[in-house]
Design a protein around this ligand. Structure first.
Ligand SMILES: Cc1cc2nc3c(=O)[nH]c(=O)nc-3n(C[C@H](O)[C@H](O)[C@H](O)COP(=O)(O)OP(=O)(O)OC[C@H]3O[C@@H](n4cnc5c(N)ncnc54)[C@H](O)[C@@H]3O)c2cc1C
Length: 454
């Protein structure tokens, strides 16, 4: 039996940083990872997708170069092998620097293997038994595979495999029209694949406001992505070299099928019940506002706790636990304001409430809106798709949320969220001077035009 002060299961976006801080504080720490350091973000998620999205944008700009007065003689060709090699280099560099950083940390032992709980303080990795005073779960989430008849017998793809296909798909069918599916849809379309998105609900990105969903759909359809909304896949079968998908009345044939219907917490197989850790009905680890599970010496951070599904929320979980255990304390998950991006091009930046949520909150809400076609920066770039929208409370003057779907939207959103964190009224941001010509410079103007949300 090995003994440690602290044991961390999973090296995602909180585990490694927490391990380093605890070890630096003099605790004897073990970090167990069954696959690769960096977890989803580094190996299968944010980093590889955004690297490939950059290649896809380069292909799109090259194909459309004439719009900006640039002539490219001859066809534009995507070298898939080079695109993949570039992605792999970025991933390997990031994983490698994490490995050398953690590998050189005193008091920290890295253990390779899949962990499971034996009892409240004992963990097994294969034959090895490890005991620790405190345990931190950072096991993340995995793609969900829908129970479509016939699918399990076929070589379908998930976000963990689609970027490594040996050749570009002729026709990529994507089951699921939410964030992950949409980023891959535009990316592969720009690489030259035919792409069909099949979404069971009536609109894409269903958690967003209806006008946002409609504009996202228009952006994708303009580039030739085919969208089939309100459509369920009822059966999948091999048809020659291709895969046939039954869509009720219709059928489509695709060379590749990507399943992107959502992610489920990686809690099964950990035997958390042996440690007194309760899960909710969807398998997420139940945590309190300081990320303690139902076993007070066990914490859960990142996607597995269901309190966020992003790299920045997982990293914030690390900061909350770290501040409360090693620092001055006082950090809570409920202090966090929702913020995220959807990295289609142009991107969606979102923070706080949607208009639907603000309406449902019962507040008197003000809304300001401006199409990107009236934003100088977007006009100069020749990319005027999208709009910006800001919500404020008519009584308290607090900012409630914002949507910037358009160029630089993922960056420009931050001045709004920072004002929300400061607890300042929207008038503060209205008086702020932003540099010209940026998307952010129009934020004060949008606030000047606030009108009641109907
Ligand atoms: C395609 C895609 C694109 C994404 N893009 C973005 C984006 O642009 N921005 C963003 O903020 N987020 C994005 N995400 C989400 C983001 O990757 C995750 O929210 C983030 O990685 C946080 O995860 P985590 O820290 O909870 O754990 P993870 O990063 O999922 O890591 C968990 C680790 O635990 C290990 N593990 C699991 N079980 C065990 C066990 N029993 N024993 C040992 N080890 C175990 C796993 O192998 C894994 O390495 C994307 C996700 C995907 C799939």
């Amino acid at each position: 039996m090995d003994h440690f002060d602290d044991l961390i299961i999973g090296a995602g976006q909180s585990g490694p940083f927490l391990a380093q801080k605890l070890a630096a504080a003099g605790r004897r720490v073990a970090l167990i990872e069954r696959r690769w350091l960096g977890g989803t973000c580094v190996n299968d998620g944010c980093m590889p997708t955004k690297t490939m999205i950059a290649s896809a944008r380069a292909a799109w700009v090259a194909r459309n170069a004439a719009r900006w007065g640039v002539v490219i003689e001859g066809p534009v060709r995507v070298d898939w092998g080079v695109v993949q090699a570039r992605k792999n280099a970025v991933v390997h560099e990031s994983r490698g620097s994490l490995e050398s950083w953690l590998g050189g940390t005193a008091n920290l032992t890295l253990i390779h293997g899949a962990a499971e709980m034996i009892d409240e303080r004992t963990v097994a990795v294969g034959e090895r038994r490890i005991r620790a005073e405190r345990i931190f779960l950072n096991t993340g989430a995995r793609p969900v595979v829908p129970p479509i008849p016939g699918l399990a017998e076929l070589p379908f793809l998930t976000s963990e495999t689609v970027m490594d296909v040996p050749a570009l798909p002729r026709h990529l069918a994507i089951v699921g029209g939410s964030y992950i599916g949409l980023e891959f849809a535009q990316m592969f379309r720009r690489f030259g694949s035919e792409v069909t998105v099949i979404e069971r609900g009536p609109r894409l990105a269903p958690r967003e406001d209806e006008d946002v969903s409609a504009e996202i759909r228009a952006i994708l359809e303009e580039e030739g992505v085919s969208v089939r909304a309100s459509t369920a896949v009822t059966r999948a079968a091999k048809e020659g070299d291709e895969i046939a998908l039954d869509l009720g009345e219709a059928q489509i044939c695709a060379s590749h099928v990507l399943v992107a219907i959502g992610r489920a917490p990686a809690s099964a197989g950990l035997h958390l019940d042996r440690a007194g850790v309760a899960l909710d009905e969807r398998g997420y680890v139940r945590v309190d506002d300081e990320l303690r599970t139902t076993a007070p010496h066990i914490y859960a951070l990142g996607d597995v706790n269901g309190r966020g599904a992003f790299t920045h929320t997982s990293y914030d979980d690390f900061q909350i636990v770290c501040a409360n255990l090693l620092g001055s304390g006082g950090r809570r998950v409920s202090q966090r304001i929702p913020i995220y991006g959807l990295y289609i091009d142009p991107p969606l930046g979102r923070c706080g409430m949607t208009a639907a949520e603000a309406r449902a909150s019962g507040r008197r809400v003000l809304i300001g809106r401006r199409p990107m076609s009236r934003v100088g920066r977007a006009k100069e770039r020749g990319e005027t798709r999208g709009f910006m929208q800001i919500l404020a409370d008519a009584d308290t003057h607090a900012l409630l949320g914002a949507t910037i779907l358009g160029i630089e939207g993922d960056e420009a959103i931050h001045s709004i969220v920072d004002t929300m964190y400061a607890g300042a009224p929207y008038e503060l941001l209205m008086r702020a001077v932003h540099a010209h010509p940026t998307v952010s410079e129009l934020i004060p103007t949008v606030l000047e035009g606030l009108t009641p949300l109907t």
